[in-house]
Write a protein that binds this ligand. Structure first.
Ligand code: ADP
Ligand code: TYD
Length: 213
Protein backbone atom coordinates (compact mmCIF):
# COMPACT_ATOMS: atom_id res chain seq x y z
CA UNK A 1 0.00 0.00 0.00
CA UNK A 2 1.66 3.18 -1.22
CA UNK A 3 1.95 6.53 0.51
CA UNK A 4 -0.15 8.76 -1.76
CA UNK A 5 1.27 12.27 -2.19
CA UNK A 6 -0.17 15.12 -4.25
CA UNK A 7 1.70 18.19 -5.47
CA UNK A 8 -0.22 21.44 -5.80
CA UNK A 9 0.48 25.02 -6.80
CA UNK A 10 -0.31 27.69 -9.38
CA UNK A 11 0.75 27.40 -13.01
CA UNK A 12 4.56 27.53 -13.36
CA UNK A 13 5.16 26.93 -9.63
CA UNK A 14 7.49 24.03 -10.39
CA UNK A 15 5.22 21.08 -9.65
CA UNK A 16 6.50 18.86 -12.44
CA UNK A 17 10.09 19.67 -11.52
CA UNK A 18 9.44 18.74 -7.87
CA UNK A 19 7.68 15.49 -8.81
CA UNK A 20 10.61 14.50 -11.07
CA UNK A 21 13.13 15.33 -8.32
CA UNK A 22 11.28 13.32 -5.67
CA UNK A 23 10.91 10.39 -8.06
CA UNK A 24 14.64 10.32 -8.85
CA UNK A 25 15.51 10.39 -5.13
CA UNK A 26 13.20 7.52 -4.28
CA UNK A 27 14.22 5.42 -7.27
CA UNK A 28 17.88 5.79 -6.27
CA UNK A 29 16.92 4.29 -2.89
CA UNK A 30 15.07 1.37 -4.50
CA UNK A 31 11.63 2.69 -3.56
CA UNK A 32 8.86 1.63 -5.97
CA UNK A 33 7.37 4.90 -7.20
CA UNK A 34 4.64 5.73 -9.69
CA UNK A 35 3.53 9.15 -10.86
CA UNK A 36 0.34 10.43 -12.43
CA UNK A 37 -0.51 13.92 -13.69
CA UNK A 38 -3.89 15.60 -13.91
CA UNK A 39 -5.46 16.66 -16.23
CA UNK A 40 -4.68 13.42 -18.15
CA UNK A 41 -4.34 15.01 -21.59
CA UNK A 42 -4.54 12.50 -24.45
CA UNK A 43 -5.98 9.82 -22.17
CA UNK A 44 -9.24 11.33 -20.98
CA UNK A 45 -11.78 13.04 -23.20
CA UNK A 46 -12.74 15.19 -20.22
CA UNK A 47 -9.18 16.43 -19.84
CA UNK A 48 -8.88 17.18 -23.55
CA UNK A 49 -12.20 19.06 -23.53
CA UNK A 50 -11.01 21.16 -20.58
CA UNK A 51 -7.80 22.13 -22.39
CA UNK A 52 -9.75 23.01 -25.53
CA UNK A 53 -12.24 25.08 -23.52
CA UNK A 54 -9.37 27.01 -21.89
CA UNK A 55 -8.14 27.83 -25.42
CA UNK A 56 -11.46 29.26 -26.60
CA UNK A 57 -13.35 26.25 -27.92
CA UNK A 58 -16.70 24.76 -26.80
CA UNK A 59 -18.67 27.99 -26.60
CA UNK A 60 -19.18 29.40 -23.13
CA UNK A 61 -18.18 26.28 -21.14
CA UNK A 62 -15.07 28.04 -19.88
CA UNK A 63 -17.17 30.94 -18.56
CA UNK A 64 -18.60 28.56 -15.97
CA UNK A 65 -16.25 27.78 -13.08
CA UNK A 66 -18.41 24.81 -12.09
CA UNK A 67 -18.61 23.37 -15.63
CA UNK A 68 -14.81 23.45 -15.89
CA UNK A 69 -14.52 21.81 -12.47
CA UNK A 70 -16.90 19.02 -13.55
CA UNK A 71 -14.65 18.20 -16.52
CA UNK A 72 -11.55 18.01 -14.28
CA UNK A 73 -13.46 15.93 -11.69
CA UNK A 74 -14.75 13.47 -14.33
CA UNK A 75 -11.18 12.97 -15.58
CA UNK A 76 -10.20 11.91 -12.04
CA UNK A 77 -13.28 9.71 -11.59
CA UNK A 78 -12.34 7.83 -14.75
CA UNK A 79 -8.74 7.47 -13.49
CA UNK A 80 -9.74 6.17 -10.05
CA UNK A 81 -9.40 2.41 -10.80
CA UNK A 82 -5.93 2.91 -12.33
CA UNK A 83 -4.94 5.14 -9.41
CA UNK A 84 -6.06 2.49 -6.91
CA UNK A 85 -3.96 -0.11 -8.74
CA UNK A 86 -0.90 2.16 -8.63
CA UNK A 87 -1.43 2.66 -4.89
CA UNK A 88 -1.74 -1.11 -4.36
CA UNK A 89 1.39 -1.96 -6.36
CA UNK A 90 3.92 0.69 -5.29
CA UNK A 91 5.57 2.18 -2.21
CA UNK A 92 4.74 5.75 -3.16
CA UNK A 93 2.43 7.36 -5.71
CA UNK A 94 2.76 11.05 -6.56
CA UNK A 95 0.08 13.02 -8.36
CA UNK A 96 0.98 16.27 -10.16
CA UNK A 97 -2.25 18.14 -9.34
CA UNK A 98 -5.28 16.46 -7.77
CA UNK A 99 -8.61 17.35 -6.16
CA UNK A 100 -7.20 20.40 -4.35
CA UNK A 101 -6.48 21.98 -7.76
CA UNK A 102 -10.20 21.94 -8.42
CA UNK A 103 -10.93 23.38 -4.98
CA UNK A 104 -8.38 26.18 -5.31
CA UNK A 105 -9.16 27.19 -8.92
CA UNK A 106 -12.94 26.96 -8.56
CA UNK A 107 -12.91 28.87 -5.25
CA UNK A 108 -10.60 31.50 -6.75
CA UNK A 109 -12.87 31.96 -9.76
CA UNK A 110 -16.05 32.46 -7.72
CA UNK A 111 -14.30 34.46 -4.96
CA UNK A 112 -14.95 37.57 -7.07
CA UNK A 113 -18.66 37.10 -6.24
CA UNK A 114 -18.27 36.63 -2.48
CA UNK A 115 -16.29 34.84 0.20
CA UNK A 116 -19.34 32.65 0.83
CA UNK A 117 -19.32 31.54 -2.80
CA UNK A 118 -15.67 30.48 -2.47
CA UNK A 119 -16.37 28.49 0.70
CA UNK A 120 -19.37 26.79 -0.95
CA UNK A 121 -17.33 25.90 -4.06
CA UNK A 122 -14.57 24.32 -1.94
CA UNK A 123 -17.11 22.17 -0.10
CA UNK A 124 -18.85 21.24 -3.38
CA UNK A 125 -15.53 19.93 -4.78
CA UNK A 126 -14.82 17.94 -1.61
CA UNK A 127 -18.27 16.34 -1.54
CA UNK A 128 -18.28 15.60 -5.30
CA UNK A 129 -14.82 14.10 -5.60
CA UNK A 130 -14.15 12.49 -2.22
CA UNK A 131 -17.69 11.55 -1.07
CA UNK A 132 -19.58 10.91 -4.30
CA UNK A 133 -16.73 9.76 -6.59
CA UNK A 134 -14.89 8.11 -3.65
CA UNK A 135 -11.45 9.18 -4.88
CA UNK A 136 -8.44 8.11 -2.77
CA UNK A 137 -7.57 10.63 -0.06
CA UNK A 138 -3.91 11.79 -0.17
CA UNK A 139 -1.61 11.01 2.76
CA UNK A 140 0.22 14.28 2.05
CA UNK A 141 -0.73 17.34 0.02
CA UNK A 142 2.34 19.44 -0.86
CA UNK A 143 1.74 23.08 -1.75
CA UNK A 144 4.51 24.73 -3.72
CA UNK A 145 4.11 28.32 -2.57
CA UNK A 146 6.53 30.18 -4.83
CA UNK A 147 5.90 33.92 -5.38
CA UNK A 148 3.15 34.52 -7.93
CA UNK A 149 5.44 36.71 -10.11
CA UNK A 150 8.12 34.00 -10.24
CA UNK A 151 5.61 31.35 -11.34
CA UNK A 152 4.10 33.71 -13.94
CA UNK A 153 7.50 34.47 -15.49
CA UNK A 154 8.27 30.76 -15.72
CA UNK A 155 4.95 30.11 -17.49
CA UNK A 156 5.81 32.86 -20.00
CA UNK A 157 9.34 31.50 -20.56
CA UNK A 158 8.02 27.96 -20.96
CA UNK A 159 5.40 29.07 -23.50
CA UNK A 160 8.17 30.73 -25.55
CA UNK A 161 10.46 27.70 -25.59
CA UNK A 162 7.87 24.89 -25.78
CA UNK A 163 5.36 25.14 -28.63
CA UNK A 164 3.03 22.67 -26.89
CA UNK A 165 2.78 24.78 -23.74
CA UNK A 166 1.13 28.01 -24.95
CA UNK A 167 -0.52 29.83 -22.06
CA UNK A 168 -4.23 29.09 -21.61
CA UNK A 169 -6.98 31.35 -20.27
CA UNK A 170 -6.11 30.66 -16.61
CA UNK A 171 -2.37 31.16 -17.17
CA UNK A 172 -2.91 34.55 -18.84
CA UNK A 173 -5.01 35.80 -15.90
CA UNK A 174 -2.55 37.17 -13.32
CA UNK A 175 -5.31 38.24 -10.92
CA UNK A 176 -6.78 34.72 -10.99
CA UNK A 177 -3.35 33.16 -10.30
CA UNK A 178 -2.97 35.42 -7.24
CA UNK A 179 -6.41 34.37 -5.95
CA UNK A 180 -5.60 30.68 -6.60
CA UNK A 181 -2.40 31.11 -4.57
CA UNK A 182 -4.44 32.62 -1.73
CA UNK A 183 -7.03 29.83 -1.96
CA UNK A 184 -4.25 27.20 -1.72
CA UNK A 185 -2.80 28.92 1.36
CA UNK A 186 -6.26 28.74 2.96
CA UNK A 187 -6.58 25.03 2.15
CA UNK A 188 -3.12 24.34 3.57
CA UNK A 189 -3.80 26.37 6.73
CA UNK A 190 -7.05 24.44 7.26
CA UNK A 191 -5.30 21.10 6.51
CA UNK A 192 -8.16 20.57 4.05
CA UNK A 193 -9.18 16.86 3.83
CA UNK A 194 -5.73 15.54 4.93
CA UNK A 195 -2.27 16.77 6.06
CA UNK A 196 -0.56 19.53 4.03
CA UNK A 197 3.01 20.81 3.81
CA UNK A 198 3.86 24.22 2.42
CA UNK A 199 7.14 24.35 0.46
CA UNK A 200 8.88 27.52 -0.70
CA UNK A 201 10.39 26.03 -3.85
CA UNK A 202 13.85 25.83 -2.27
CA UNK A 203 15.21 22.29 -1.88
CA UNK A 204 14.26 20.67 1.46
CA UNK A 205 17.02 18.21 2.46
CA UNK A 206 15.55 14.90 3.56
CA UNK A 207 12.05 15.69 2.30
CA UNK A 208 11.69 12.48 0.26
CA UNK A 209 12.57 10.31 3.28
CA UNK A 210 10.44 12.38 5.66
CA UNK A 211 7.31 11.94 3.54
CA UNK A 212 7.59 8.16 3.76
CA UNK A 213 8.45 8.03 7.49
N1 ADP B 1 13.27 25.81 -8.50
C1 ADP B 1 13.31 26.22 -9.78
N2 ADP B 1 14.19 27.16 -10.17
C2 ADP B 1 14.23 27.59 -11.44
N3 ADP B 1 13.42 27.18 -12.42
C3 ADP B 1 12.52 26.25 -12.11
C4 ADP B 1 12.41 25.71 -10.78
N4 ADP B 1 11.39 24.82 -10.77
C5 ADP B 1 10.90 24.80 -12.00
N5 ADP B 1 11.58 25.64 -12.83
C6 ADP B 1 11.32 25.88 -14.25
O1 ADP B 1 10.09 26.59 -14.31
C7 ADP B 1 9.25 26.08 -15.36
C8 ADP B 1 7.93 25.60 -14.78
O2 ADP B 1 8.18 24.47 -13.95
P1 ADP B 1 7.20 23.22 -13.95
O3 ADP B 1 7.81 22.23 -13.01
O4 ADP B 1 6.88 22.78 -15.34
O5 ADP B 1 5.91 23.93 -13.28
P2 ADP B 1 4.42 23.46 -13.13
O6 ADP B 1 4.41 21.98 -13.34
O7 ADP B 1 4.08 23.85 -11.71
O8 ADP B 1 3.63 24.26 -14.11
C9 ADP B 1 10.05 24.99 -16.05
O9 ADP B 1 10.61 25.53 -17.21
C10 ADP B 1 11.09 24.58 -15.02
O10 ADP B 1 12.29 24.14 -15.64
C1 TYD C 1 -6.27 19.16 -12.55
C2 TYD C 1 -6.96 20.48 -12.50
C3 TYD C 1 -6.47 21.58 -13.18
N1 TYD C 1 -7.10 22.77 -13.13
C4 TYD C 1 -6.55 23.91 -13.90
C5 TYD C 1 -5.19 24.36 -13.48
C6 TYD C 1 -4.52 24.82 -14.75
O1 TYD C 1 -4.67 26.23 -14.86
C7 TYD C 1 -5.30 24.16 -15.85
C8 TYD C 1 -4.49 23.16 -16.66
O2 TYD C 1 -3.76 22.28 -15.83
P1 TYD C 1 -2.17 22.21 -15.90
O3 TYD C 1 -1.71 21.14 -14.98
O4 TYD C 1 -1.58 23.55 -15.64
O5 TYD C 1 -1.93 21.77 -17.36
P2 TYD C 1 -0.89 22.33 -18.45
O6 TYD C 1 -0.05 21.15 -18.76
O7 TYD C 1 -1.80 22.77 -19.57
O8 TYD C 1 -0.10 23.47 -17.89
O9 TYD C 1 -6.42 23.52 -15.24
C9 TYD C 1 -8.27 22.91 -12.40
O10 TYD C 1 -8.86 24.01 -12.36
N2 TYD C 1 -8.79 21.85 -11.74
C10 TYD C 1 -8.18 20.63 -11.76
O11 TYD C 1 -8.70 19.67 -11.13
Amino acid sequence: MATFITVEGIDGAGKRTLVDGLRRGWEADGVRVATIAFPRYGESVHADLSAEALRGFHGDVTDSAYAMALLFALDRREAAPALRSLIAENDVVVADRYVASNAAYTAARVAERSTGAAVAATEWVRALEFDRFDLPVPDWQLFLGVPVEVAAQRAVDRAETDAGRDRDRYERDAALQARVDEAYRGLAAAQWVSPWRVLSGDPVPGLAAELLA
